[in-house]
Design a protein around this ligand. Structure first.
Ligand code: NAP
Length: 252
């Protein structure tokens, strides 16, 4: 059975998850990438591109089991998948189904993947990186369910770090601001809608959003941070939340 390091990345088909999978492969991990759609790009970078509905109760565990069956171990779990029901709506537009969809994919997929991965992660003194959002701390009426679910995910990371730190598991959370993925780039999507509301051009969005660097974060920048956190180079870093938002959050 292969003895190299193995990682599971949820929501790895495109966007940030795909960039994370790519960066981890380059860093020498055997990467098991789970996604609803197995894209050509994901299939190109790993032989372990798994088609899975991570919103199904048994989806995350099936993905983790695939990694254990193929590689016999797990050193890293990246909880990246999230659900955004009705991103254009406010509180009044969200019914129970919309809330449950969001909480299920943003929080429960991470809970379920973590539960399945824990024994092997503990055995190998591994790591978990959760991809949360600045919205965990910057609640947005138009992303109200996602903001609440991300706050819960960030909180979960802290609790896990607390409970399992003494056994060698490191759990850290990345809180990205706007990252240039389909989420923003899709024509007629949130990027265009926000630009229209602000009476601005797309190119002005970073300024509209208050990003002092004047640009969106690239998916690869999140991925490089995951590689760093996974590396254990700064081994006492656990329970941390790292904001990567081009200076969007203005609090000290
Ligand atoms: N982009 C941003 O500005 C931003 C900012 C802050 C935080 N984040 C967080 O970063 C993470 C990734 O965001 P992203 O922008 O890269 O998202 P994305 O481009 O929408 O990619 C999401 C990935 O997850 C997969 N997925 C969605 N639902 C799934 C399900 N039920 N089962 C399995 N796979 C599923 C998608 O597959 P399909 O191709 O089939 O849809 C896709 O591969 C999320 O947690 C997001 O909240 C993003």
């Amino acid at each position: 059975m292969p003895s190299g390091r193995a990682a599971v990345v949820t929501g790895a088909g495109r966007g940030i998850g795909l960039a994370i999978a790519q960066a981890l492969v380059e860093d020498g991990y055997a990467v098991v990438g789970g996604s609803r759609t197995v894209t050509e790009q994901l299939a190109k970078i790993t032989a372990d591109a798994v088609q899975v509905d991570l919103g199904a109760a048994d989806g995350p565990a099936r993905l983790v089991q695939h990694a254990l069956d193929r590689h016999g171990r797990l050193d890293l779990l990246v909880n990246n998948v999230a659900g955004t029901a009705n991103p254009a709506g406010g509180f009044g537009e969200l019914d129970d189904d919309a809330w449950l969809h969001t909480v299920n994919l943003t929080l429960m997929a991470a809970v379920r993947a973590t539960r399945a991965a824990l024994p092997s992660l503990l055995e190998h003194r591994g790591a978990i990186v959760n991809i949360s959002s600045v919205n965990a701390r910057l609640p947005q009426p138009r992303l109200i369910a996602q903001s609440a679910a991300k706050a819960a995910l960030t909180n979960l990371g802290k609790s896990l770090a607390e409970e399992y730190g003494a056994r060698g598991l490191r759990v850290n959370t990345i809180a990205p601001g706007p990252v240039w993925t389909d989420l923003w780039a899709a024509p007629g999507g949130p990027g265009d809608m926000l630009a229209e509301r602000a009476g601005a051009e797309r190119e002005q969005l970073p300024a509209v959003l208050g990003m002092s660097t004047g640009r969106f974060t690239e998916p690869r920048e999140i991925a490089d941070l995951v590689v760093f956190l996974a590396s254990g180079k700064v081994g006492n870093m656990s329970g941390s939340e790292i904001v990567l938002d081009g200076g969007m959050m203005k609090t000290a």
